[in-house]
Structure formats: structure tokens, C-alpha cells
Write a protein that binds this ligand. Structure first.
Ligand code: NAP
Length: 311
């Protein structure tokens, strides 16, 4: 049996888009390649339905209701995971997919803890969850975080007005836009791209700090128009997304879900570590500025501060 599939994989955001497709791709594997699954998502029908579908495919599945915009919920979810592992309700924890994400249209919006919502859900909640569970993994284990190439701009993204990251100190990134500054598409895009640059920096630092045997990688699924990610951005953005979705080679959860399952489960990816960046099924170098030990150490410390002050 494959080493990761002999244990349990936790995935956040299994209720829609990529996370749902990756969950079902793992559940649909033959029994000897199929891990137990911990589904961490907002409680409700979508969570129950994906859990039922995964069980129908043969997987052992536990649902953990959790709003990632509420750090107290995340801490409770981690405790529930520890309890399930302790009770032997699922096999040892060998994988974590930090998939959940959003792009808040209005950067005045805050999480329950008062942090800018996109930064809070995409980055801080996962840092809390992973930090709480880091000593609970059996090794070998894999942590796969969700990145996005929007962290830097190229000609294509410039034409589409996709804002790149504009890195600032993480304490500043965690703050919502000041009330007197109007919400703009640009601010929203920058917040999303900053959260994904934070994921890259975090992945590099996490690998340095994680116990031996835990490998950290970052997956970029390719542009998948039509998922729920841009749901707050209005009909025009959805229409543009659907139009781009017809271009050959553009991705979708149906294509990238199995690719994400493969990164988590397959032996061919066992070498990935140090925050290796995989776009669909190709390893890629990140931009030079996305590897920065100084920023990475500062992000680690600032994250500890932000999580502590919300505890
Ligand atoms: N779509 C793309 O083109 C693209 C490209 C690169 C990277 N990505 C990344 O891929 C990942 C999945 O995105 P997607 O496109 O599949 O989007 P999606 O369809 O909107 O799925 C996002 C998932 O995150 C969950 N989520 C959001 N806020 C949450 C919260 N507060 N608490 C718990 N769960 C929450 C959603 O749950 P609910 O159903 O409860 O909202 C949903 O399950 C994200 O990290 C995204 O940044 C996407």
C-alpha cells in the first residue's frame, strides 16, 4: 500500500470546486490507494453530501464542521481531529490539504477575529490548523497548500487586470482597509494575491520547522473559472470567467481535482518538499522574490502574534 494512502488525509474546503473534486478523486481510488478522509468545512448540506458521496465510493469519512473565518472554530476542529486519531476512529494522519479559500470582494470585510477576511481564511486559518496538528502526523506525511500564480503579474494577467501581490508586513496585511478608503477590485485582487504569496513564504518556513518526515508542497491548480472563488464579484466577473473557461487548456475542478489528489497520494510526488511549487502536474520555479528567508521568518513570528492575540 502507498504510504500516504495507508493513513488519513484531512482536506479543508471539500464542499465545492477543487476541494470537492479532489476529495472525490481520493475516495474513488481503489481500496489500497484510498486514505481515510477528514473533511473540514462549514457544516451544512454541502458537507454532508460530499461526505456521503465519498463514503458511497468506499472511503472512511469524518466530517468536521468548521468556519475557517473563526479561529476558535479552527482550534476546536484541530482538537476534534486529535480526538478522532486518539480514538482510532480513523487511521494515522499522513496528509493535509489546505485547500479552502476565497476572494473577498470588499477588503473592509473581517473575520470573526477582526482580520481582513481573505488573509484570515486563505492563510491564517490554515497556519492555525497546521500549527495545532504538526505534532499529530505519522511520517512520512505530506502537507499540500494551495497557491496561485496571481502572486506575480505577467502580460496575460495585466490584460485581465488581475492584481499581483504587494507585500507588506504581515501585521498590516491582516488589517482590513481603512473605512475611509473605498473598496476596489484592485484592493481585493491584491489581498488575494498577498494571501497566496503568504502561502509560499509560509510553506518555505514550515518545511524548515516541521518535524522530519513531513514534506511541504504548494499546488497551483491552473485558472478554473466558474468555481465559487469569485462568487462575491458579481455577474460580470462570472461571465468573463465562463468565457475564458471555453479556451482550450484552461483548467477546471474536474481536471485539477485528480491532479491535487495525485500530489497528495502518489509515489511519483514523494520527493516534493521545501514548498515545491507544482502547477497542475508540472514542477515550476517560483519568482525569485517568492523565496525570501527574511520575510519568511518575519511571517512566522507575526503569524504567532496574530494567532495568539485571537486566542
Ligand atoms: N479557481 C481558480 O481559478 C483558482 C486558481 C488558483 C488557486 N485556486 C485556489 O484553489 C482553492 C479552491 O478554490 P475553488 O476555486 O475551488 O473555490 P470554491 O469553489 O469557492 O471553493 C472554496 C472552498 O473553500 C471553502 N471556504 C471558503 N470560506 C470558508 C470558510 N470561512 N470556512 C470554511 N470553508 C470555507 C468553501 O466552502 P463554502 O462552500 O462553505 O463556501 C469551498 O469549499 C482556493 O485556495 C483557491 O485560492 C483557485
Amino acid at each position: 500500500m502507498n504510504s500516504i494512502a495507508s493513513g488519513t488525509v484531512l482536506i479543508t474546503g471539500p464542499t465545492g470546486g477543487l476541494g470537492r473534486a479532489a476529495t472525490l478523486a481520493m475516495a474513488d481510488r481503489p481500496a489500497h490507494e484510498r486514505p481515510d478522509l477528514l473533511l473540514v468545512g462549514r457544516a451544512g448540506r454541502a458537507l454532508t453530501e460530499v461526505a456521503q458521496e465519498a463514503r458511497a465510493a468506499g472511503a472512511v469519512v469524518r466530517e468536521i464542521g468548521c468556519d475557517l473565518a473563526r479561529l476558535a472554530d479552527v482550534r476546536t476542529a484541530a482538537q476534534q481531529v486529535e480526538q478522532l486519531l486518539h480514538d482510532g476512529a480513523v487511521r494515522p494522519l499522513r496528509g493535509l490539504v489546505a485547500n479552502a479559500g476565497l476572494s473577498s470582494a470588499d477588503t473592509h470585510n473581517v473575520s470573526a477575529d477582526g482580520y481582513e477576511l481573505t488573509f484570515a481564511v486563505n492563510y491564517l486559518a490554515h497556519a492555525q490548523l497546521i500549527g495545532d496538528l504538526l505534532d499529530s502526523f505519522a511520517t512520512p506525511a505530506r502537507i499540500v497548500l494551495l497557491g496561485s500564480n496571481t502572486y506575480y503579474q505577467n502580460i496575460f494577467r495585466r490584460i485581465l487586470s488581475v492584481a499581483p501581490a504587494a507585500w507588506r508586513d504581515p501585521i498590516e496585511l491582516s488589517r482590513p482597509t481603512a473605512a475611509e478608503v473605498p473598496a476596489t477590485l484592485e484592493l481585493s485582487g491584491t489581498a488575494y494575491s498577498d494571501s497566496k504569496l503568504a502561502i509560499l513564504y509560509y510553506a518555505h518556513e514550515l518545511q524548515r520547522r516541521a518535524p522530519a518526515g513531513i514534506n511541504v508542497a504548494v499546488f497551483e491548480p491552473g485558472f478554473m473559472p466558474g468555481t465559487g472563488l469569485m462568487r462575491e464579484h458579481g455577474a460580470a466577473a462570472q461571465r468573463i470567467g465562463r468565457a475564458i473557461g471555453r479556451i482550450p487548456g484552461v483548467s477546471s475542478p474536474a481536471r485539477s481535482g485528480p491532479a491535487l489528489a495525485s500530489i497528495m497520494l502518489d509515489d511519483r510526488w514523494a520527493h516534493l518538499r521545501d514548498g515545491a511549487f507544482v502547477v497542475k502536474d508540472q514542477e515550476r520555479e517560483v519568482q525569485p522574490f517568492a523565496k525570501d528567508p527574511h520575510r519568511e521568518a518575519r511571517l512566522w513570528d507575526a503569524t504567532a502574534e496574530l494567532l495568539k492575540s485571537a486566542a
